[in-house]
Write a protein that binds this ligand. Structure first.
Ligand SMILES: [Zn+2]
Length: 420
């Protein structure tokens, strides 16, 4: 997770423009909620936004900057508070210097926030493990972020934003910021909190005249209470373009060539997911998954059954193998679609098997591909339920091959392909 400036954010032009606009005007809302899929840069953007808000050289960091409420989108001519004087929209650079819309990157404040050591930057995130080791765990995570520009937060089921930390924050909010004109509180994955933490938080967000800028992030918006959502301005992040993910993987030596493309496609616009996948033997997994195409095409059910059992034999890991196998087959079908209907501008995920893709695409039309995708999607949706992994994989791939094991129904709503 890189600590960059707003200008350095990857693949989110709308969000970047919006946040830079806020910084340029120096009119911050009380609270922002960054939402969107996991691993697309919400946390990175939150830190970049905080950095700009704390920068000594940015006009918005000056004490006189007006604060607007969530109801005000920051675009109107008048501050959100009824009796507050109208804050002039700076249309031109102020006489005492240029109007900045991003952290300068050089002032003492910028240097401190870049190393996550600015006293007015409060960064909370979910942690698991015993309370006694909390400081250690947090310290390790922060060090990981400083050392690794592609640091990925990964949580287990029980990870949460600890109560002790929100209490400590609450106490600190009673005091003025130490160095900057405002304090920035980032709560990463704020959906991992308890009910009473939200209520305490809500009171602080609503505090009139508070010099605190709140930035919450969540990829599971439905788990954030409506009371919190309504107090925040929502900033929506989109999945990253696959080409952007592919480029970053190559830049940082995580993967190269066709493998980088496969990982980017598999990650569906999530850089964090792609980075996590790069630590696995994705090429080997892809080969194993696509090897099942042979018994599928030959309608060799005995062969397919054996392959499905082999692929999923390791208990819990078996489910992950099942998920991954299905995802590779989805990408295979996508390549068929590109081969048959694409304009050639999009490279194949499995470029090294181009001849095979083109041959199969020539005899497979859109209706058939849609039917197969429907079967695969249904299998993916069933994974979190009480299923038998080998049987699910066998049945899905047998039906992809055309066996009539019962027709699936097109899912009526979207499926989260991962949730972590
Ligand atoms: Zn600065």
């Amino acid at each position: 997770m890189p600590i960059v400036s707003l200008a350095g954010l990857l693949g989110q032009p709308d969000v970047t423009a919006f946040l830079r606009g806020i910084v340029a005007r120096g009119r911050y809302g009380n609270a922002y909620l960054f939402t969107g899929p996991a691993g697309v840069g919400k946390g990175t953007a939150a830190l970049a936004f905080a950095r700009a808000a704390l920068c000594d050289h940015v006009h918005g960091a000056a004490p006189a900057a007006a604060t607007v409420t969530a109801a005000d989108d920051g675009m109107s001519l008048f501050g959100g508070m009824g009796s507050a004087p109208a804050a002039p929209e700076p249309a031109a650079p102020a006489p005492d210097g240029p109007l900045l819309d991003d952290a300068c990157g050089e002032c003492p404040a910028c240097r401190k926030s870049a190393s996550l050591q600015h006293p007015d930057l409060k960064f909370l995130f979910p942690v698991s493990g015993v309370e006694a080791k909390l400081e250690e765990t947090i310290g390790e995570t922060l060090q990981g972020m400083r050392d690794d520009p592609l640091f990925v937060f990964q949580y287990d089921q029980a990870a949460s934003v600890r109560l002790s930390l929100t209490r400590e924050l609450q106490r600190e909010l009673a005091f003025r910021p130490y160095e900057a004109s405002r304090r920035v509180v980032i709560i990463r994955d704020c959906d991992r909190m308890r009910e009473d933490q939200y209520s305490a938080l809500l009171k602080s967000i609503e505090e009139p005249g508070a010099s605190t800028l709140w930035v919450l992030t969540s990829s599971r918006l439905s788990r954030v209470p409506a009371t919190i959502r309504s107090r925040c301005q929502t900033v929506k992040f989109a999945p990253l373009p696959e080409t952007a993910v592919e480029t970053v993987l190559q830049q940082y030596g995580k993967a190269s060539g066709p493998l980088a493309r496969t990982l980017a496609a598999l990650a569906a616009g999530s850089l964090a997911r792609a980075v996590a996948l790069s630590r696995e033997d994705a090429a080997g997994q892809a080969r194993a998954a696509l090897a099942m195409l042979e018994p599928v095409r030959a309608r060799n059910q005995a062969g397919l059954w054996k392959a499905a059992q082999d692929a999923t034999k390791f208990g819990r890991a078996g489910r992950e193998a099942l998920r991954r196998t299905i995802e590779f087959h989805q990408l295979w079908q996508r390549d068929l679609l590109s081969a048959r209907y694409g304009d050639g501008s999009r490279p194949f995920v499995f470029a090294e098997r181009e001849a095979e893709i083109r041959a199969e695409a020539a005899r497979t039309d859109a209706t058939e591909i849609r039917r197969r995708l429907m079967v695969l999607e249904e299998a993916l949706r069933s994974i979190d339920g009480n299923i038998t992994a080998d049987l699910t994989l066998f049945s899905a791939l047998a039906r992809v091959g055309g066996a009539k094991l019962g027709e699936g129904a097109w899912p009526s709503h979207g499926t989260a392909r991962w949730d972590y």
